[in-house]
Design a binder for this molecule. Sequence first.
Ligand SMILES: [Zn+2]
Length: 651
Amino acid sequence: MAGRIRSDDIAAVRERARIEEIVGAHVTLKAAGVGSMKGLCPFHDERTPSFHVRPQVGLWHCFGCGEGGDVISFVQKIDHLSFTEAVEHLAGRVGVQLRYEDGGSARPGMEPGRRQRLLEAHRVAAEFYVEQLESPEASVAREFLAERGFDRAATEPFGVGYAPKGWESLSRHLRGRGFTEAELVTSGLASKGNRGAYDRFRGRLVWPIRDTTGDVVGFGARRLYEEDQGPKYLNTPETPLYRKAQVLYGIDLAKREIARRKQVVVVEGYTDVMAMHLAGVPTAIATCGTAFGAEHVRVVRRLLGDGVGGASGVMLSSGAAVGGEVIFTFDGDEAGQKAALRAFNEDQRFASQTFVAVESSGMDPCDLRQQRGDAAVRELVAAREPLFEFAIRSVLRQVDLGTAEGRVAGLRTAAPVVARIRDHALRGEYARELAGWLGMDEVSVRQAVQRAGREDGRPQERRTGPEDRGEPAPPPQQQRPRSDDPVVRLEREVLVAVLQLPQHALAAGFDDLGADTFAVPAHRAVHDAIRAAGGVAAYGALVEELTARGAGTSAPAQAVAQWAESVRESAGPVAGMVTELAVAPLPEDRPEAIGPWARGVLLALVRLGLNRQIGEMKARLQRTEPDDPSYQTTFAELIALEQRRRALQGE
Ligand SMILES: [Zn+2]
């Protein structure tokens, strides 16, 4: 295969890329026991973290959806890359110069490395636009920014730039840097015309749109000139890098604060994100030319984490671990009401974490900062209301609650809103709240809500399974060993101990165990893979080799990772299981207790095996006549086994 990356370079990338950092750019990880970290899985929706990373072995595994692998497979999955593309991406980040089997790195065609090329084109384009903002032609753009209170220092972190009016300004620049016409068009930076490619953005103020890792993947561009017939805002079209259902403007700058404050503020435009950040709301982001949808929710929830220790939990929720806030800002009551009411027709799973902040005089955050200052922007966010409360109160604001007629009308219009809250506990809670707001008794409000729910005709307790959300169903579990069987559990713990703490397994004589030690077929297959990889002894040899090469104190850790990798390579169909076991949290957390625990489970397994053998021997002896020649040998074996068992008990 032409252009294959040399395997020692792949190994170097794997070794140098710190998995906790690569994963950490997408998932907020926190310590989960010794040498383990966990967070919300980016590959399936979950509220409590089952996504584990074990930096020392360089592996990750999700105990919820069963996905797992090494740092390369993580990048492949999260960024939808081929293996080669993922290795190239990581190599660029950790500074490994890749060599290819066919000699050079320049390869014809778009495929391997295409993503790297497109990212590079965007990086060059972003630089170009920033330079152009200083040009005489860009005075209109500079005025636009100045009028909105953005000086140079303010625009710099956002990389705001200017796309010149000419048809080929950027295209020419990129061609000069060696980019092909096909690359210009594929990247969305240029459009294809009859006479070749021409710049997509012309005479516009441009904002680079970056992904969570900070790579520029597209641009948003605002019209500046009267004669421009195009839309006010023009964005990069769908490309291999840019998917508008996923991109969030400002996420690269906001991600750390989102994770830390457990809060995300969703605004509507690029200038609003800038205004928010400058005003002291560093958790602001915006969608780019589309509504905030399900895929955006997933990106944000990954950063918010599971909410443990969050700044605020919403007590109204029905017992689920809820923390972290998604705050939507709207300019004007009407916009807010429309959006809030629309939320009832959509996914309500995160509704209890959703808040609405409305600027009632109709100013967007950028205007608000201009006219009333930074504090007013922060106050807008602080004055947020829970989504459901906001929606119900919006309805009530339209009637006069001072009169009996008004209260009855209020009940009539608000009851259907409450009835559409799908979360049962939350619905009951809001019925009670509504009674309070109306000054009516709770029983009749509850009845009105129930009646409204029936008239509405929709099933209120709709169960949303994964298939309803257009997600793949979790992998079938029936082939997995049952974990409530003590033998199954013990075998599993032993394999976890061996794969993660091979030094203890080495000392406890794991390599002496026979091929039939494990009773569960899947465990036996993992044991076979360990044996095929040279057993735990191979780990010991690696430590010596690395030490000899000067690895120093990091030799054991490096050896664990390399050894686990070679076990995975010999595991064939159970490679996923090896990963899972190598990443599984240890039941023992205290560093000083880990060794004894590992030796304990190993000895328990050895003892279990001995007991089984002793039982078999005894049964055989009972079936054998004492004068049979095999009787004596079987008896001798039994004695030897019992001696070994006694010796073990003395440990
Ligand atoms: Zn998962």
